[in-house]
Design a protein around this ligand. Sequence first.
Ligand code: BES
Ligand code: MN
Ligand code: ZN
Length: 502
Amino acid sequence: MTRVQLKANDPAQEKLDLLAVLAFEGDKPEAAIDELTGGKAARAVRLGDFKGKARQTALFYGEDGKVARVLLVGLGPRKGATVERVRRAAGAAAGEARRLEVRRLGLALPATLPAGLHQAEVAAAAAEAAVLADYAYDRFKGQAGGEPKKPRPELAVEVFAGKDAQAAVDRAVAVAQGANLARDLANGPANHMTPTLLASAAREAGRTHGFKVKVLDPDEMKRLGMGALLAVAQGSHEPARFIHMEHAPKGKAKPKGGTVVVVGKGITFDTGGISIKPADKMWEMKFDKAGGCAVVGLMAALASAGLPARVIGLVPATENMPGGAAVKPGDVVRALNGKSIEILNTDAEGRLILADALAYAARFKPDVVIDMATLTGAVLVALGDVRAAVLSTDDALADALRAAGDATGELLWPLPMDDAYGEHVKGEVADVKNLGKGREAGTIAGAWFLRHFVPEGAAWAHLDIAGTAWASGDPGKGYLGKGASGFGVRLLFEYLRARCEG
Ligand code: BES
Ligand code: MN
Ligand code: ZN
């Protein structure tokens, strides 16, 4: 794990392996920092070799016993500067620290900030990105002969800013660590992260961070009437798990913001079932639990930051396998809220397990229900890996989520929920069917299906994160790299923060 400390000292006086200096276009390095490089840093700026363009870097060497290396990192122009550019720069610095295999990284922020940016938020963004960029899923590497491998040396990050940034930095680190937990769970290969193991991991996170966890097994699901979740699970030898988590502020009967339920799709592997997927890239379906993992990471972040909000996290977890007992296209099942579902494609399984989880949410009389799911390939066609889709029956909720997305860099874009799209999932022989009109509006059809199971009276939003939950191409995505991104943890934390504090 990455260690982060806030320091008000002069970074030039610290014994650091690498001091990253974040600089806007046209900024000259401060005298004390330039001195560490024997004047080379200022020279690089004068010669125009380092212009401060976004993500541009230049490395210089210092002298023994002091700062060993200085890395100038560009933030781009002052005009239009954003915290996201700070994240990218700090992420580049942490990436360089990793390549150089150094232990102590300093992050020096610009001495003056453009209007609209504040020191505390810039310090927090830098800390957050450093923690995210230092994450690596390497637990299976280099274990020849079963020898436990030497753990990677821990990176100690020192962020140089005033003490008034302490609360923001602490919170940002807690949230980034929650995101890293979500990534660690989501990166787990399906044989190492079964529904049972995911539930154990949630229990352990609950113990470590201080939130409640209850796990339902298939017998209890059956007793309750979770026919849709059980239908997906019946093709697998791995038993399903339904993970129920709770975070509540200490001592408050009625927390501001009421009760928010967050639901995450926890398909630990999606073969498609009897409607089986092609072999090409099927391995990526180990990431189909990313929404559920984000809910676990969010709960950890809420508890460790002590956010004064009441949040219930629900994760229906199962494999989607084509075993002999598997559900078949055309089968009709009944969900927890009593609605009958015609399963026309067993590969549209996410909406089935979410149907029971959304219906289960009714028992908490929630004010808001938000679900996150790698639900449709269609959202990749629409928005690629840049933005997730938000579909909601409540404009204020969608706007608040979008604002949280803009603040965190976990970007959203709305898709419509006109009644006409609802026709796509009207059932022939049952109340609803799990398949829309083929290639038409697949993401919206998925959302419309879910809508049938949302508790009455709750404001609801669905986030389709199939495009943003992981990166598989080289070199990955900015400060997040390859693999699971933890998408949703930082976004929903910020939404909840604004809701209970804003
Ligand atoms: N987990 C997939 C969606 C997915 C596909 C996520 C590709 C990321 C990348 C989901 O369960 C699924 O298979 N959806 C189907 C729905 C269809 C059968 C209505 C899809 O998108 O093809
Ligand atoms: Mn599927
Ligand atoms: Zn799926």
